[in-house]
Design a protein around this ligand. Structure first.
Ligand code: 8YV
Length: 327
C-alpha cells in the first residue's frame, strides 16, 4: 500500500530530526518533553509500525505483549538497549536497531572530563568560588592528584573504551583494560595497552577505573561490593555507561568511609534518583546522564534512527540491527 509507516517517537527530538520524521513517515511525535507513561506506551505500540524509544522507556515483555501485529521495528534512539527486552522482541519477530558509533567520541570526551575533574577537584573549586568564601591562592590549597603517569583501567574495550584510551594516552596515562576478549594486536600496540584477563587482578592495581561495557544480566553489579573493595584506597572510579553496572550503595558506603579517593558518575542505578549520601561528598562529581548530550550528537543519533527506519520500511535489512546474541 501507499500508506506511510506509523512511527511513534516517545520523546521530543531535535527539530531537524522531527521535521524529517514527518516528511518521511506518519510520525506521532511527543511534543511535551516528558517520558510516556506505561499506559501511553502500551497505547502507542498497539497501532505503530515502528517505535522509537529512548533510555527512559522500559520496553519489557508486558509492553511488547500489547504490541499490535504491525509493530515490526523498534529503532532505539541511543546505543544502550538494556531497557528493551531483546529476547521477547526476537520471539515476536520484532527487529531492534540502535545508534552505535555516532556517540563514541562525545561519550569519550565526557569520560575524559570526569577523569580530569575528580582528581583535580574541578567542581569543588568551582563551588568554592561561587560560595564567595575564597580567600586567595595558597600553596597548599585544594591539592588534587596528578593523572599524568597514572594507570587507567578500562572495563569494556569496545568503541567507547578505545576512544577513551586514545585520549588518556595523550594525557600521559598508562592504559590497562579488561574485556571479554582481547582487542586486535595492532590496536593494543597503538594504545600501548595491557590486557588483563582477570578483572579482579586489574582492579587491585589501578589508579583510575572507567566503565564502558553495556548493561546486561552478565554485567549487572559487575562492580559488586566485593570487587569495589579490591580497588586501592587512592583510586578514582568513573562511570559514563550504565549505573546498574556498579553496586551504587556499596560504592556510596566506600566513598563515605573514605575507602576510595573519589568518583565521577554520569549514570545512576535508579535514574533520576541519586543516592542522597553522594550529594554531601566533595570528592564526587555528579552529572545527569550527559555522556552523549551534544547537539551534533543528538542530530547524528536522529539521522541514524531515520536511516534504520527508512531502510527497514523499504524492505531491506537495517544497518544497525541489534542481535539478542550480542548481549
Ligand atoms: C542517551 C545513552 O542519552 O546511547 C546510550 O546508550 O545512554 C545515551 O546516548 C540515551 O540513552 C538515549 O536513549
Amino acid at each position: 500500500s501507499n500508506r506511510k509507516p506509523i512511527v511513534v517517537v516517545t520523546r521530543k527530538l531535535p527539530d531537524p530530526i522531527e521535521t524529517r520524521m514527518m516528511e518521511l513517515f506518519d510520525a506521532r511525535l511527543n511534543h511535551d518533553d516528558r517520558p510516556m507513561s506505561r499506559a501511553e506506551l502500551i497505547e502507542a505500540v498497539r497501532d505503530a509500525d515502528v517505535l522509537v524509544p529512548t533510555v527512559t522507556d522500559r520496553i519489557d515483555a508486558a509492553v511488547l505483549s500489547q504490541a499490535g501485529p504491525s509493530l515490526r521495528l523498534i529503532a532505539n534512539f541511543g546505543t544502550g538497549v538494556d531497557h528493551i527486552d531483546l529476547s521477547t522482541a526476537r520471539a515476536r519477530a520484532i527487529t531492534v536497531t540502535n545508534t552505535p558509533g555516532v556517540l563514541t567520541e562525545d561519550t569519550a570526551d565526557m569520560t575524559m572530563a570526569l577523569i580530569l575533574s575528580v582528581p583535580r577537584r574541578l567542581a569543588e573549586g568551582e563551588r568554592l568560588i561561587r560560595s564567595g568564601t575564597w580567600t586567595g591562592w595558597s600553596p597548599t590549597q585544594m591539592l588534587g592528584n596528578r593523572i599524568w603517569g597514572r594507570r587507567l583501567g578500562i572495563v569494556g574495550m569496545g568503541r567507547i573504551g578505545q576512544a577513551v584510551a586514545r585520549r588518556a594516552k595523550a594525557f600521559g596515562m598508562a592504559i590497562h583494560y579488561h574485556n571479554r576478549k582481547r582487542v586486535h594486536p595492532d590496536i593494543e600496540a597503538e594504545l600501548e595497552a595491557t590486557y588483563w584477563e582477570s578483572l579482579d587482578q586489574m582492579l587491585a592495581r589501578m589508579d583510575v577505573i572507567t566503565i564502558h561495557c553495556p548493561h546486561t544480566p552478565a554485567t549487572f553489579h559487575l562492580l559488586s561490593a566485593r570487587r569495589l573493595e579490591l580497588l586501592p584506597k587512592h583510586a578514582y572510579l568513573v562511570n559514563c555507561s550504565r549505573g546498574e553496572i556498579i553496586d551504587e550503595n556499596a560504592l556510596t558506603r566506600m566513598l563515605v568511609r573514605g575507602d576510595l579517593a573519589g568518583a565521577g558518575l554520569d549514570v545512576f542505578e535508579h535514574e533520576p534518583a541519586v543516592n542522597p549520601k553522594l550529594l554531601a561528598l566533595d570528592n564526587v562529581v555528579l552529572l545527569p546522564h550527559l555522556g552523549s548530550a551534544t547537539m551534533e550528537g543528538r542530530i547524528d543519533m536522529g539521522e541514524t534512527v531515520l536511516i534504520n527506519i527508512k531502510t527497514f520500511t523499504d524492505g531491506h535489512p537495517p544497518p544497525d540491527r541489534v542481535l539478542a546474541s550480542m548481549f
